[in-house]
Design a protein around this ligand. Structure first.
Ligand code: IPM
Ligand code: MG
Length: 369
């Protein structure tokens, strides 16, 4: 059997620092578990722009199409804010998502017990929280045409278009129902059917897919604004949430804070199966490039490490190993180890990025004895 292949795109800001800790874990799997990944590395975002004049070179795009999974760190930084929209670092990420057709973005929000007091919400609201947001990722207002800034009469007008086809809605709905069957068997679909035609169609299609293919799963619908409120009021009412690209972007940031820190949240972006049966896949932390702390060894590598755990689960069918990585993370948090983003009133031992990675490796070692 050939080794599984990974393309690492560490990107900008804290991306390379947090990815360095993931590389240690990939190495650990080779040394200690006999699972050797063939890893290649390339540039995305601002660092790719610096070298190639574009945030994602064609050769990198081609490599991403061939590997079993892409691991991405983060893109962007203030230095690139002045660039034309077409070459901004974020365009590199959006091109990967679009050309790999990664339509289902899985964003789990899980509250580790050791951090339940750290959330800005009360412990009883968040303790034991385990929800999964499935965000449509390749369509909607992020990609709809027409788009642009045009002149109309004597002023300019900015236009973006929310556009969803029935098949785009149906496929992401299926992803959500499939996931729900492996979890709490409940899906809540969120849109704005009260004001948007795309929301009316969304609700209709989700309802039809449910009735025809997943009648065993409990389905509910919610307007996305109410959904945002409910996420903060009583997040544990949810199991799987399925929603469009823009609502999913906003709702997943809100859900992130339920868990204490954006530095904790991983994501998986999945597409159709490839010839080898594995889905096209890209794994990345939900947090950004955090330029304010980049290069200082302060960043929390846990979101990126948990993203690798999602790769083990969803690309490599190694669910038990994903559990092992997640348990190692839970262990170091229970031991009181905290990167700066996790330092709250209740204290803990302050550590940096590499120490957090080392502690997780030590917990992985301990899991084998
Ligand atoms: C995210 C980010 C991206 C998005 C940006 C960086 C393009 O906010 O992954 O949530 O808006 O999708
Ligand atoms: Mg976002």
């Amino acid at each position: 059997m050939t080794n599984p292949t990974l393309l690492i795109l560490a990107g900008d800001g804290i991306g390379p620092e947090v990815m360095a800790e993931v590389k240690k874990i990939i190495g650990w799997y080779g040394d200690r578990r006999g699972v050797t990944f063939d890893v290649s590395e390339d540039l995305v975002g601002g660092c790719a722009y610096d070298v190639h004049g574009v945030p994602l070179a064609d050769a990198t795009m081609a490599k991403a199409q061939e590997v079993d999974a892409v691991l991405l760190g983060a893109v962007g930084g203030p230095k690139y804010d002045v660039l034309d929209f077409s070459v901004k670092p974020e365009r590199g990420l959006l091109r990967l998502r679009k050309e790999m057709d990664l339509f289902a973005n899985l964003r789990p929000a899980q509250c580790f017990d050791a951090l339940a007091d750290f959330s800005s919400l009360k412990r009883e609201i968040v303790a034991g929280l385990d929800i999964m947001i499935v965000r449509e990722l390749t369509s909607g207002v992020y990609f709809g045409e027409p788009r642009g800034i045009f002149v109309e009469g004597n002023e300019r007008v900015g236009i973006n278009t929310q556009r969803y086809t029935e098949s785009e809605i149906a496929r992401v709905a299926r992803s959500a129902f499939e996931l729900a069957r492996k979890r709490g068997n409940r899906v809540c679909s969120m849109e704005k059917a009260n004001v948007m035609e795309s929301g009316v169609l969304w609700r209709e299609v989700v309802t039809k897919v449910h009735a025809e293919e997943y009648p065993d799963v409990a389905l509910s619908h919610m307007y996305a604004d109410n959904g945002a409120m409910q996420l903060v009021r009583n997040p544990k009412q949810f199991d799987v949430i399925v929603t469009d690209n823009l609502f999913g972007d906003v709702l997943s940031d809100a859900a992130a804070m339920l868990t204490g820190s954006l530095g904790m949240l991983p994501s998986a972006s999945l597409g159709l199966p490839m010839a080898n049966g594995r889905p096209k896949a890209l794994y990345e932390p939900v947090h950004g490039s955090a330029p304010d702390i980049a290069g200082q060894g302060k960043a929390n590598p846990i979101a990126c490490i948990l993203s690798f755990a999602m790769a083990l689960r969803y690309s490599f069918d190694m669910g038990a190993e994903a559990d092992r990585v997640e348990a190692a993370v839970a262990k170091v948090l229970a031991d009181g180890l905290r990167t700066a983003d996790l330092m709250g009133a209740e204290g803990g031992t302050p550590i940096g990025t590499t120490q957090m990675g080392d502690a997780i490796i030590a917990a992985l070692d301990a899991s084998l004895v």
